[in-house]
Design a protein around this ligand. Structure first.
Ligand code: NAP
Ligand code: ZN
Ligand code: ZN
Length: 347
C-alpha cells in the first residue's frame, strides 16, 4: 500500500479538510499519475454531503483528474513515463457484459467502479478521488491528454465535457436544430460550447440574468431568464432538444412545454430530490426525456481529441486546495465561472 495525501470529508456535515489515506500498490497494468489539476464537479458536493444517499466516509472527491505518468507497471503498453494522462468518473468495470463490450462501460451491468466513494472489484479496497497527490489506475481506464499549454482547462472535460458531449452526439444534434441548455454552470457551459460547435442554434436558459453576456461569448445565440414567465411563454414549442444540467430541484414540466413535437429533454443534472412529471406534457407532443451518464472510455477519448482539434477547453477559475470549501459554497449559489479547478501543487 502507498500512503497518499489528500483532501476529503469525514462526515456529511464536515468541511473538506486534509487527510491521509492508502492506495493499492501499482499492478502490472497500472499507471501511477502525479496529479497536477483536478476539477470540482457538483457531484463532488452531492457525494461528500451524502445528498444521494449515505456515502462511505472518508470521501476524497475529484473525478476530473489530469497529470503526468510517473511510474508504469510491467505490462503497460498504452502509456510511458512522462505522458500526460487523465482520469474521469470511473476506473474499472466488469469488462465482459454487453455494455462493456460496446464501450458503454459507464452502464456496466455489474456497475462501474466510480473514481471515488466506490469499491474496487473483488476487493475490500475503497476508491479515493483526485483531491490528492497521485492516482493509480489500470491503463485501460486512463485517457490520453493531447499536447497542450492549457492543462488545467482540460481537467473539466473528463466529466463536464464528456457528460454533455455524449448525449448531444447520441441525439445527433447538429445543423438546423434548436437546442436549449438549462443551467449555466460546469456542465452547462460545456454544453453550450459543444452544441454550438456541432452547428445547432443554442439558447441559454438560466436563472441568473448576470450570465447573459457570458452565455453569448460561449456560443449561445439567445439567452432567456427561466424565472420570467413572459420569456418562457415566448419560447413555447421552440426546441428540438433541451439539455438539462440543473443540480437542484426544479419544475421540469415548465421546461417540457418549450419542446416542439418529438422534442427531447436530454437529462444529465441529478437533483437530490425526485421530480414529478405530468404525463400530458410528454403525451401531448410525443416528447421524451432521455437520461445520460458521462460516456465510455472510447467516447471520452474521442471527445478529448475533438476538443484538441477544435480548440475547446473549459472556462476555469484555478483555486488553492485550502479554498475548496469556499468554492463549494460558491457553486451552490450558482456563482461559478464556470468550473473551479484545484492546482494540486497547493496540496
Ligand atoms: P453547477 O456547476 O452547480 O451548475 C448547475 C447550474 O444549474 C447552476 O450554475 C445554475 O445555473 C443552475 N441552477 C442551480 N440551481 C437551480 C435551480 N434551483 N433552478 C434552476 N437552475 C438552477 O453543477 P454541475 O457540476 O454542472 O453539475 C450539474 C448537475 O449534473 C449536478 O446535479 C451533477 O451531479 C450532475 N452531473 C451528472 C452527470 C451525469 O453523468 N449525468 C455528470 C456530472 C454531473 P444558472 O445560474 O444558469 O441558472
Ligand atoms: Zn462530475
Ligand atoms: Zn460490464
Amino acid at each position: 500500500m502507498i500512503s497518499v495525501k489528500g483532501y476529503g470529508a469525514t462526515s456529511k456535515h464536515s468541511e473538506i479538510a486534509a487527510l491521509s489515506f492508502e492506495r493499492q500498490a501499482i499492478g502490472d497494468f497500472d499507471v501511477l499519475i502525479d496529479i497536477l489539476y483536478c476539477g470540482v464537479c457538483h457531484s463532488d458536493i452531492h457525494t461528500a454531503r451524502s445528498e444521494w444517499g449515505a456515502a462511505n466516509y472518508p470521501v476524497i472527491p475529484g473525478h476530473e483528474i489530469v497529470g503526468k505518468v510517473s511510474q508504469i507497471g510491467a505490462k503497460v503498453s498504452k502509456f510511458k513515463v512522462g505522458d500526460l494522462a487523465g482520469v474521469g468518473v470511473f476506473v474499472d468495470s466488469c469488462r465482459t457484459c454487453d455494455c462493456c463490450k460496446k464501450g458503454l462501460e459507464q452502464y456496466c451491468e455489474e456497475g462501474m467502479v466510480p473514481t471515488y466513494n466506490g469499491m474496487y472489484r473483488n476487493s475490500t479496497l475503497k476508491t479515493y478521488g483526485g483531491y490528492s497527490s497521485i492516482y493509480i489506475i489500470d491503463e485501460k481506464y486512463a485517457l490520453h491528454i493531447p499536447p497542450t499549454d492549457q492543462l488545467a482547462a482540460i481537467a473539466p472535460l473528463l466529466c463536464a465535457g464528456i457528460t454533455t458531449y455524449s448525449p448531444l452526439r447520441f441525439a445527433d444534434v447538429g445543423n438546423g436544430h434548436q437546442v436549449a441548455v438549462l443551467g449555466l454552470g460546469g456542465l452547462g457551459h460545456m454544453a453550450v460550447k459543444f452544441a454550438a460547435s456541432f452547428g445547432a442554434e443554442v439558447t441559454m436558459l438560466s436563472t441568473s440574468a448576470s450570465k447573459e453576456a457570458d452565455a453569448k461569448r460561449l456560443g449561445a445565440a439567445h439567452f432567456a431568464l427561466s424565472t420570467d414567465p413572459a420569456q418562457m411563454k415566448a419560447l413555447k414549442g421552440k426546441f428540438d432538444f433541451i439539455l438539462n444540467t440543473v443540480a437542484a430541484t426544479h419544475d421540469m414540466n415548465k421546461m417540457l412545454d418549450l419542446l416542439k413535437i418529438d422534442g427531447k429533454m436530454l437529462l444529465v443534472g441529478i437533483p437530490p430530490e425526485d421530480c414529478k412529471i405530468a404525463a400530458a406534457k410528454l403525451i401531448s407532443k410525443r416528447r421524451s426525456i432521455i437520461g445520460s451518464m458521462i460516456g465510455g472510455i472510447a467516447e471520452t477519448q474521442e471527445m478529448l481529441d475533438y476538443c484538441a482539434e477544435h480548440h475547446i477547453v473549459s472556462d476555469i477559475e484555478i483555486i488553492d486546495i485550502k479554498d475548496i470549501n469556499t468554492a463549494y459554497e460558491r457553486i451552490i449559489k450558482s456563482d461559478v465561472k464556470y468550473r473551479f479547478v484545484i492546482d494540486m501543487k497547493t496540496l
